[in-house]
Ligand binder design. Structure first.
Ligand code: SF4
Ligand code: FES
Length: 363
């Protein structure tokens, strides 16, 4: 029988946990959970060698160990630093960490376009969450942002290089899930970019997973892009008998239409089981799947808005307060070019489907 491993104690934000030797500070903090777990934009527990790139997970080590209780002189990347017995770590209880994280968000946003209103990742973007938690209200940057030549990544995946934060996750995914990685990071420093060598397409059966691991909207699903906002969709868990992958997915419905298929994610936003391209891009009918039930969505997520449980529909209060029905002062259809002028989405009998955006006449 294998010998039982001796656990070691680490205290993070005044909470003590026991973990196995060799555990990183980040994973020890994840055992405590909540805000004590530092944000991680590049570390991904399912990808070997990930982490150490983005510095969002920096923490202060106030005491190195019981044997050597001196503090570490600089903040350390918690995803790349292992715990020692008796270590004392500060994350949200450290002013230095909060200040450094603010600076890191500012750096990450230097070249990141603020195009959330049209970005498919909005609502499930880790950088968006990080900016809300740690970002500054304005920018001090006065120079032009980076721009890149467009790269064609094939029929399923669209690269928006200006949104990339160089986390390397997609490169690790391609390296570890496929045997024919054709994309990587080219050039150095400010010129570094994700690209395919002589624009080869990424056409391996599992390459669609790069979309799920990308923490921002740099890699998006061509079969879904610009079709809907994630907070209008209802995710349900579903599976099918797939010969290539686990077939366990999330279907994102609006009405009875499946807008997209993604892998299921755990509480840290990491993929539970990699899925193949066929499940992700080709099976867009509800009849292709066995539906298990609504996905449990974190109640803090914008995706949980209006969904499933405890739904309380507010009654109209304007007439009571105003004594009359409100007058429509501005018709969005007449001032925006989002929809074709002959389609009034507010008059559709049910939820809007992608067909409605493609010009089915409004009756
Ligand atoms: S494209 Fe996305 S996953 Fe790849 S390095 Fe850039 S941010 Fe990371
Ligand atoms: S998550 Fe640790 S450096 Fe990026």
């Amino acid at each position: 029988m294998s010998e039982e491993k001796k656990l070691i104690k680490v205290t993070i934000d005044n909470i003590t946990v026991e973990v196995e030797p060799g555990t990183s500070i980040l994973n020890a903090a994840r055992q405590i959970g909540g805000d004590v777990a530092p944000p991680a934009m590049c570390y991904y527990s399912k990808l070997k060698g990930s982490g150490g790139k983005c510095r969002t997970c920096l923490v202060e080590v106030a005491a190195g160990s019981t044997a050597d209780p001196r503090p570490m002189p600089k903040l350390v990347a918690s995803c790349r630093t292992n715990v020692m017995d008796g270590m004392v770590v500060k994350n949200i209880t450290s002013e230095k960490v909060i200040d450094a994280r603010k600076g890191i968000v500012e750096f990450l946003l230097i070249n990141h376009p603020l195009d959330c209103p049209i970005c498919d990742q909005a609502g499930e973007c880790k950088l968006q969450d990080l900016s809300y938690d740690n970002g500054a209200p304005g920018t001090r940057y006065e120079f032009p942002r980076r721009t890149f030549e467009k790269h064609d990544l094939g029929p399923y995946i669209q690269l928006h290089m200006t949104r990339c934060i160089m986390c390397f996750r997609c490169v690790f995914t391609a390296d570890q899930l496929t045997n024919q990685r054709v994309h990587g990071i080219l050039d150095r420093g400010e010129h570094a970019e994700i690209a395919t060598y002589i624009s080869k397409s990424l056409d391996h059966d599992f390459i669609g997973n790069v979309i799920d691991v990308c923490p921002v909207g740099a890699l998006t699903d061509k079969t879904f892009r610009f079709k809907n906002r994630v907070w209008f969709l209802k995710p349900v868990d579903a599976h099918r008998d797939c010969p290539k992958c686990s077939g366990k997915v999330q279907l994102w419905f609006r009405g009875d239409e499946v807008f997209r298929v993604t892998a299921r994610k755990d509480q840290w936003g990491e993929v539970e089981d990699w899925i193949c391209n066929e499940c992700r891009f080709e099976k867009k009918k509800a009849a292709d799947w066995v539906i298990e039930g609504p996905t449990k969505v974190d109640r803090h997520s914008v995706i949980s808005a209006n969904h499933y449980v405890g739904m309380h529909k507010p009654t109209e209060i304007e007439p009571e307060v105003m004594g009359r029905n409100p007058r429509l002062l501005m018709d969005i259809h007449s001032v925006s070019e989002v929809n074709r002028p002959e389609i009034d989405l507010s008059r559709l009998p049910g939820p809007a489907h992608s067909d409605n955006f493609n010009g089915i006449e409004n009756k």
